[in-house]
Design a protein around this ligand. Structure first.
Ligand SMILES: NC(=O)c1ccc[n+]([C@@H]2O[C@H](COP(=O)([O-])OP(=O)(O)OC[C@H]3O[C@@H](n4cnc5c(N)ncnc54)[C@H](OP(=O)(O)O)[C@@H]3O)[C@@H](O)[C@H]2O)c1
Length: 253
């Protein structure tokens, strides 16, 4: 293991840490000596993870409830300032355009996008006052272009990628770093039942290693695994004609 030890303990806040990528990331960062505050709705899972490590504290939370997000940040900051916020909580749903479920679309928007907005609303003034901090936003390569059956998910990730681009030059004047995380397919409870092939699927532990290293290097974009990332980068710049041809192929037409 290439665990990196820091001179000073950082305070890291990870949302969506009750399972999948967030859980693996909390374990990894606590293992490398960071103080990790973890949030999600499942208090039992958070407490279990926290009780297994002296470096982890649980702060149960629904990120789509603005007042709760603000209160949670206050509670964490009462212990120590948040140096790194990893806004990872997210909801995934497959949806066909002729079988729309507007409630699910709204949940996606409220958790994936507004959840991040509520957190940065509170964090930006705090970090600005301290003259430093790091905000990492979990997006996805699925936000690069519109993908079939992704109407409840892709648009929220596209919004987050755009948001991170907006924030980066503004916040760097205050010494605040912004990272956007764009993973390919990661094996987690969210993706386990996907009815389509997932090329270059990696484990949550592998994803956590890419993310932890990217954050240490203060990378602007943390994107992995490299081969699938390259395919998605190419898809992003592909002209419409070949893009839609490829999408028809994916849909089996
Ligand atoms: N897996 C992939 O292939 C992949 C690829 C690209 C990006 N991502 C992104 O990575 C992030 C983590 O996903 P994952 O694959 O690790 O999925 P996961 O295992 O389902 O984890 C999602 C996490 O978000 C939390 N969460 C969901 N709704 C929440 C809410 N309203 N308030 C607070 N926490 C909430 C869940 O905890 P509770 O249910 O306990 O609240 C859970 O801890 C997501 O943003 C996802 O979009 C995943």
């Amino acid at each position: 293991m290439d665990h990196h030890h820091h001179e000073e303990k950082r305070r890291v806040w990870i949302t969506g840490a009750s399972s999948g990528i967030g859980y693996a990331l909390a374990e990894r960062m606590a293992g490398q000596g960071d103080n990790v505050s973890i949030s999600a709705r499942s208090a039992d899972k958070l407490n279990e993870l926290a009780s297994a490590s002296g470096n982890i504290d649980a702060f149960p939370l629904d990120v789509s409830v603005r007042e709760d997000v603000h209160k949670t940040i206050d509670a964490i900051e009462a212990q120590a300032p948040i140096d790194v916020a990893i806004l990872n909580a997210g909801a995934w749903a497959l949806m066909d355009a002729d079988q729309m479920d507007v409630a699910k679309i709204r949940t996606g928007l409220e958790v994936n996008y507004m959840g991040v907005i509520y957190a940065i609303e509170k964090l930006i003034p705090l970090m600005r006052e301290r003259g430093g901090g790091h905000i990492a936003i979990m997006a996805s390569v699925a936000g690069f272009r519109g993908l079939p059956r992704s109407m409840a998910y892709g648009p929220t990730k596209a919004a987050l990628i755009n948001l991170a681009e907006t924030l980066k030059p503004e916040l760097e004047q205050f010494g605040i770093h912004v990272s956007v995380i764009n993973p390919g397919f990661v094996d987690t409870p969210a993706t386990r039942d996907n009815p389509f092939p997932m090329p270059d699927l990696i484990t949550a532990d592998e994803a956590a290693r890419y993310i932890a290293e990217g954050i240490d290097k203060q990378k602007v974009e943390i994107i992995f695994p490299w081969r699938f990332a390259l395919i998605m980068k190419l898809l992003r710049i592909l002209p419409n004609r070949p893009f839609y041809w490829a999408m028809r192929r994916i849909m089996g037409r």
